[in-house]
Design a protein around this ligand. Structure first.
Ligand code: ADP
Ligand code: MG
Length: 423
């Protein structure tokens, strides 16, 4: 995939109407009050929005929020699947579920952050949105309603894409968190408008794309998280390009078992033992250093106050489960990143949500913070862990897309990137 894409700086936006796809999929309070519990994603969109407004564009922003069910029929079906009596499902309850996913609170917060009015449309491509878009002046910004209120959005329906595109002269995508989805607002519209990236996507392409295509070596990949099975694509791709692969987290034990060790009650995916053997063999053939933790912090049960016990990784007692990498492994891993040119990290080293089992993840974050390499963090939980442990500002780049960054590291083509004009 070509990561070299045109950006907002490469086109003339003055006086243009710009359809800007943002990632405003923010967490909302569960009480339905419309309270945004973390506005990080709205803040992240500000540089591109501000640039477009300063350059004299009229900005028509759009985004999805959550997973609304776009038609009453499918709402009834979904509720019935959950065990609800179809007769008790009303149109009113469906509308209420949609109202809870309105982007109105986002428009309000965005307006506060920009210090200017954000005109809110009542729909996505309905009369209200069309009229407001037609009247929009340079330097003004409006926000369309939740794109997933339209059933054509997730189906990438050309009719919807055409309607959205008809409001604007240019499409700018800055929703990195959604580029792995081929939806109308993330890629369909690019069939009908010139399409370029905003600053968020530009940075992701530059840094992650750069590290995958032409890394500063040695390239060390640190892979952890819960399951081997969810990381197959990432392991496959990074084994092709990395000089060293470091394994931690829950996927460790399937590798340990594949090597003939005993893993007790640890997370184990028996279906993937052959795969793990193949990967270790492949690493050896390719001369890629492949490191598994020598020691493991175990516990008798999966709980925050279980007593941590350090054991040899190849001999985890029958009544115990691996929860984190041990102190010897920490030292080896810290040493392995010391002279790295680039480090790509996906997946926590242990159950970092429990402080007693967060030491491995924290030590790796600490080692990365002082190793001098280009350090890239991808994956939702990994980004959360690095933030929670206080190392966020010490990394070169923490990807803003969870699923999108994983697919990026898998070397997959991202539809929301592929649709942009090549530079
Ligand atoms: P990411 O979202 O960064 O791709 P994953 O979703 O693959 O990461 O994995 C994150 C989860 O893995 C965390 O919730 C963490 O608790 C869990 N995890 C890490 N180590 C272990 C382990 N030894 N046993 C069980 N779960 C683990
Ligand atoms: Mg995750």
């Amino acid at each position: 995939m070509n990561y070299n894409k045109k950006t907002v700086r490469d086109v003339d936006v003055k006086g243009k109407k710009v359809l800007l796809r943002c990632d405003f999929n923010v967490p909302m309070a569960k009480d339905g009050s419309g309270t945004i519990t973390d506005d990080k994603r709205i803040r992240a969109a500000l540089p591109t929005i501000q640039y477009l407004l300063d350059q004299g564009a009229a900005v028509i922003a759009c985004s999805h929020l959550g997973k609304p069910v776009a038609t009453f029929d499918s709402y009834v079906k979904k509720q019935a699947e959950k065990g609800k009596d179809p007769a008790s499902i009303t149109e009113e309850s469906w509308k209420k579920s949609l109202a809870a996913l309105s982007l109105k609170p986002v428009a309000k917060r965005l307006g506060e952050l920009l210090g200017r009015e954000v005109i809110m449309a009542e729909d996505v491509v309905g009369e209200d949105a069309m009229a407001k878009a037609a009247a929009l002046q340079p330097g003004q910004i409006m926000l369309l309603e939740n794109t997933r209120f339209e059933k054509g959005e997730t189906k990438n329906d050309p009719e919807l894409s055409k309607k959205m595109a008809s409001m604007a002269d240019l499409y700018v995508s800055d929703a990195f968190g959604a580029v792995h989805r081929a939806h109308a607002s993330t890629c369909g519209v690019a069939d009908y408008l010139p399409a370029v990236s905003g600053f968020l996507i530009q940075k992701e392409l530059e840094i992650i794309g750069g590290a995958l295509a032409d890394p500063k070596r040695p390239l060390v990949a640190i892979l952890g998280g819960s399951k081997v099975s969810s990381k197959i694509g990432v392991i496959n791709n990074l084994l092709e390009i990395a000089d060293t692969i470091i394994i931690g987290g829950g996927m460790t034990y399937t590798f340990i078992k594949a090597k003939g060790g005993s893993v007790g009650k640890s997370l184990l995916e028996a279906d993937w033992l052959d795969y793990c053997r193949d990967m270790m063999k492949k690493a050896e053939e390719k001369g890629v250093k492949f490191l598994l933790p020598e020691d493991t912090v175990c516990a008798k049960e999966f709980s925050a106050d279980a007593e941590p016990v350090v054991v040899d990784s190849m001999a985890i007692p029958e009544d115990m489960m691996g929860m984190d990498i041990g102190p010897k492994s920490i030292a080896v891993y810290a040493d392995a990143v010391k002279d790295a040119g680039t480090v790509i990290w996906n997946g926590p080293m242990g159950v970092f949500e429990f402080p007693a089992f967060a030491k491995g993840t924290e030590a790796v974050a600490e080692a990365l913070s002082r190793c001098g390499a280009i350090t890239i963090i991808g994956g939702g939980d990994s980004a959360a862990a690095v933030q929670q442990l206080g190392y966020a500002d010490k990394m070169t780049h923490i990807s803003t897309g969870g699923g999108a960054s994983l697919e990026f590291m898998e070397g997959k083509e991202l539809p929301g990137v592929a649709c942009l004009l090549d530079a």
